[in-house]
Design a protein around this ligand. Structure first.
Ligand code: SAH
Ligand code: SF4
Length: 417
């Protein structure tokens, strides 16, 4: 999401007359986009910003600004801890940037509204929703990003068409509860159908859906439309119904597992990844073990796992924590250890499979290898061939695994013989 926001902002600034600097030493301004979702994210951002001081000493005219969620969350107080900052701008204030940086008001949006700059030529993120109306008890996002707003379908489709014309074939639709999308009678499933009709788009992904918004109509298109990749990142957070209730997640373990079952019913290799929070306030050992048992049952292909981090201003931050940092870390480690064994088992199931791999780049470690992704979102190494190009789809057979990565061999099609 932040990557996309930065790319969109870069396009907006160029539209208003700014240019990207060739390197940081030559920049007139440095903008730091930030995340507030966990304490650690803010700490990292602050450390990175403090490191920018040397550029300020070399170039007195340089402007340094903080953007994103931390700008909203911490506001003016950031000047106290980072005195050399020039400005702090929250996401709802970005229209002031041209004035601050270029001394001119933002240009009026026109038909050719600036779309996010592409970070590569084959895959693009496109936000379809901003904000979030859920109020998960631990989460700061609704406070820093505001109420849900859905983007007009025409603008979304025009952005995707524009990227497809440039050669992009994979698109990832973004939103905090992306499958809750609705716009004047158009549902998320309806939008997906329209995206699938765009010429040049071969692979459609989306992130993050919420279990509450899985309708029959949505499941039907997910399983029936071949352009929609067989992978979903579906954050579950906990396997315990009592914790899910305290978290205000609005689904039960059983609801969640029924979605997993529906997705894997016709394709057992359907990729499902998730987010887990360990050590929510009051989480008992039994409740924690229910998360472990959910991992065993759901068999996630991968997971982002976090120790609970209290965020000031959220309801759960007022609840007493019985676990100290070490105890939360210990639960986190047990979760990671279990999930690592599951990742490996899931990867092994891929051996012998035929897969279309989207080539992303040559491997940093070994230039005779390419790195790409399968439809179910697994990383694969493919032995380089002279015809390989970034953004190409290659039919492969999975021959083995190296660590958690698949090793794929291109299968020769009759036309290549
Ligand atoms: N909208 C998405 C999640 C966005 S936040 C959803 O609801 O599924 C990304 C992830 O950060 C969450 O899934 C959660 O696992 C983690 N997270 C959010 N707040 C957190 C907190 N206070 N402590 C630890 N992890 C947190
Ligand atoms: Fe946060 Fe919940 Fe909204 Fe996700 S759905 S962004 S976890 S409040």
């Amino acid at each position: 999401m932040n990557e996309y926001d930065s790319a969109r902002l870069a396009a907006f600034l160029e539209f208003n007359g700014a240019l990207p600097a060739a390197d940081i030493e030559k920049a007139d301004a440095i903008l730091v986009n930030t995340c507030s979702v966990r304490e650690k994210a803010e700490e990292n951002a602050i450390a990175r910003i403090k490191n920018l001081k040397e550029f300020k000493t070399k170039n007195r005219k340089l402007k340094i600004g903080v953007l994103g969620c931390m700008a909203k969350n911490r506001g003016e107080s950031l000047f106290k801890i980072i005195p050399f900052l020039d400005f702090v701008l929250a996401p709802d204030e970005y229209s002031r940037l041209p004035e601050i940086l270029l001394g001119s008001m933002a240009k009026e949006k026109s038909e050719d509204e600036p779309f996010a700059k592409l970070s590569n030529n084959y895959s693009a993120f496109v936000a379809i929703q901003s904000g979030c109306n859920m109020r998960c008890s631990y989460c700061i996002v609704p406070y820093v990003r505001g109420m849900e707003q859905y983007r007009e379908p025409n603008s979304i489709l025009r952005e995707i068409e524009a990227t497809a014309v440039k050669g992009v074939s994979e698109v990832t639709l973004l939103g905090q509860t992306v499958n809750g999308y609705r716009y004047k009678g158009l549902s998320f499933a309806g939008l997906l159908k329209q995206v699938a009709d765009i010429k040049g788009i071969e692979r459609i992904r989306f992130m993050s859906p919420h279990p509450k918004h899985y309708t029959g109509e949505l499941l039907e298109i997910l399983l029936g439309e071949p352009k929609i990749a067989p992978h979903v990142h579906l954050p579950v957070q906990s396997g315990s119904n009592s914790i899910l209730k305290k978290m205000k997640r609005q689904y039960t373990r059983e609801n969640y597992l029924s979605i997993v079952e529906a997705l894997r019913s016709s394709n057992s290799l359907y990729g499902i990844t998730t987010d887990i929070i360990c050590g929510y306030p009051g989480e008992s050992e039994e409740e924690f073990e229910e998360t472990l048992s959910l991992l065993r049952e759901a068999r996630f292909d991968s997971a982002f796992m976090f120790a609970y981090s209290p965020r000031e201003g959220t309801p759960s931050a007022l609840e007493k924590e019985f676990l100290n940092e070490e105890q939360k870390k210990e639960r986190l480690q047990r979760t990671i250890d279990l999930q690592n064994t599951i990742i490996l088992e899931r990867a092994k199931l891929m051996i012998g499979q035929r897969e279309k791999i989207l080539l992303e780049s040559t491997s940093r470690r070994n230039s005779s290898e390419w790195i790409g992704k399968t439809g179910n979102f697994k990383k694969a190494i493919v032995k380089a061939q002279p015809s390989f190009k970034e953004g190409m789809y290659v039919d492969c057979v999975i021959e083995g695994i190296k660590g958690h990565t698949l090793v794929a061999v291109p299968s020769i099609t009759p036309s290549q013989l």
